[in-house]
Design a protein around this ligand. Structure first.
Ligand code: G3P
Length: 217
């Protein structure tokens, strides 16, 4: 299971890279806006730190505009993946880009049929947004399960990125579905390390180690 980091924050990316846990990065306009910096400078800085795929979003909305943005951004670094919105124009753009060898990540996917259409167009990745589905009372993870079942039935090569992850249990559930990738916000990644019993165990072992050292004196 690959871990992508769902952020455009350089400090977060550097920390998670130092833990060896960044197989790739996903960004979107909202994450970029939070940083308040020049877009291309951010993309280049991220690609200097991360070897794996880095998703950068094209806006379009027309297919021609999506394609020209995608061509421009993919020149920024060899590991750029273009996020394309799940629209008719988006799918037209994915088909063109896939023939050119430009990697795409169809984003804002909320149903198995949307993922199926993206896979048929040749998308490299699809990103079902599970948290946003859960927010409106739908079962986000069921959409992921359905997408994976459909892709397996037909041997689609398109990889599934579980996106819009909100808490550590989303990562556990994503792993159980067999999804290729979870794109994880930094705060969720940090929480995945923690357990109260680990903290209590370390405290006790440290206290007892002091006792052991005293015996040696
Ligand atoms: O990368 C896109 C996705 O993960 C966004 O998540 O929390 O804005 O629904 P969220």
């Amino acid at each position: 299971m690959k871990f992508f980091l769902d952020t455009a924050n350089i400090e977060e990316i550097k920390k998670a890279v130092s833990w060896g846990l960044v197989d790739g990065v996903t960004t979107n306009p909202t994450l970029m806006a939070k940083e308040g910096r020049d877009f291309k400078a951010m993309v280049q800085e991220i690609s200097a730190i991360v070897e794996g795929p880095i998703s950068v979003e094209a806006i379009g909305p027309e297919s021609e505009k999506l394609v020209s943005e995608a061509r421009e951004y993919s020149r920024l670094s060899k590991n750029i993946v273009i996020k394309i919105p799940m629209t008719k124009d988006g799918i037209k753009a994915v088909r063109i880009l896939s023939k050119e060898g430009v990697k795409t990540n169809v984003t804002l996917v909320f149903s198995p049929n949307q993922a199926l259409i993206a896979a048929k167009a040749g998308a490299t990745y699809v990103s079902p947004f599970i948290g946003r589905l859960d927010d409106i009372g739908q079962d986000g993870m069921q959409v992921v399960r359905d997408i994976i079942a459909i892709f397996r039935n037909y041997g689609f090569k398109t990889q599934v990125i579980v996106a819009s992850i909100r808490h550590p249990m989303h990562v556990v559930e994503a792993g159980k579905t067999g999804a290729d990738i979870a794109t994880i916000p930094f705060n969720v990644l940090e929480k995945m390390f923690s357990h109260a019993l680990t903290d209590a165990g370390i405290k006790k072992f440290n206290e007892d180690w002091i006792k052991v050292q005293k015996h040696g004196k």
